[in-house]
Design a protein around this ligand. Structure first.
Ligand code: MG
Ligand code: MG
Length: 250
């Protein structure tokens, strides 16, 4: 495993990539409502990324056909936007988006409520967001990646939620997926975090069991028990003073 630590110059480029990603999420928050299709959301994300002189990182990545991943309800990640998928009241939708600016990548996901949602879905969103920020508290020099994972696991257990095991966070920057891989539960990982590491932390929590399967489109990941799943992700820079979130508005 080789972890590439970024220079101050490179962190600045990552902040600009992250700003574009945050602009997309701000637009998603405004736009997501009953009646809109996931293809319309994808088109909007694409326009924003291009208007800001960045490139959609996901488009064409291992053949992925869109700018965003749009995953509804029991879909966990990698849902493909479509004209045929129309959001309806009570849905939850996870939007994952990456933007590349001058060779550097920002990657962030958020799960949004479509109109009014059930109490258990509200809890799922609140808990998954809480688990992300609980993990992020450990993104500082000389802390351990194991503590990031453990903090996420503890929040999931507090709310009695399933934890997706097959997918997780990752180093990010010059490539969308760099070392290290980040499990969202304890694995006795010995890695000590150091200044300049840039890592996407992304818990995926489920109302039901941990298990997921991939649909016949070879992309869409769904929970095995068809219960809802949520996904919150930020690209984060490890500093001596704590986490610096890079996927936020400048
Ligand atoms: Mg992502
Ligand atoms: Mg990611």
């Amino acid at each position: 495993m080789s972890i590439y630590r970024k220079s101050k110059f490179e962190i600045n480029l990552m902040k600009q990539a992250g700003n574009v990603v945050a602009l997309v999420h701000a637009a998603m928050k405004e736009t997501i409502k009953p009646g809109i299709t996931t293809k319309e959301l994808d088109n909007l994300a694409h326009r924003i990324i291009k208007a800001n002189k960045a490139e959609p990182t996901f488009l064409g990545y291992h053949g992925f056909p869109a700018t965003i991943c749009a995953s509804i309800n029991e879909q966990v990640v990698h849902g493909i936007p479509s004209n045929d998928i129309i959001l309806k009241e009570g849905d939850i939708i996870s939007v994952d988006v990456g933007a590349t600016f001058k060779g550097f990548v920002g990657d962030s996901a958020w799960t949004y409520a479509v109109g009014n949602i059930s109490e258990e879905n509200k809890m799922l969103l609140k808990a998954t967001e809480e688990s992300l920020f609980s993990g992020l508290e450990h993104m500082k020099s000389n802390d351990r990646l194991e503590n990031v994972a453990g903090a996420i696991e503890d929040v999931a257990k507090k709310y009695k939620l399933g934890i997706v095991r097959q997918y997780g966070g990752h180093g990010v920057g010059r490539e969308m997926h760099e070392d290290p891989f980040v499990f969202n539960y304890r694995t006795n990982n010995q890695l000590i975090l150091q200044k300049g590491m840039t890592i996407a932390i992304e818990p995926m929590l489920n109302l039901g069991c941990d298990d997921v399967i991939v649909l016949d489109d070879n992309w869409t990941v769904v929970t095995k028990d068809k219960k809802a799943s949520a996904h919150f992700e930020h690209t984060v820079h490890v500093t001596d003073n704590g986490p610096e979130i890079l996927t936020k508005l400048l």
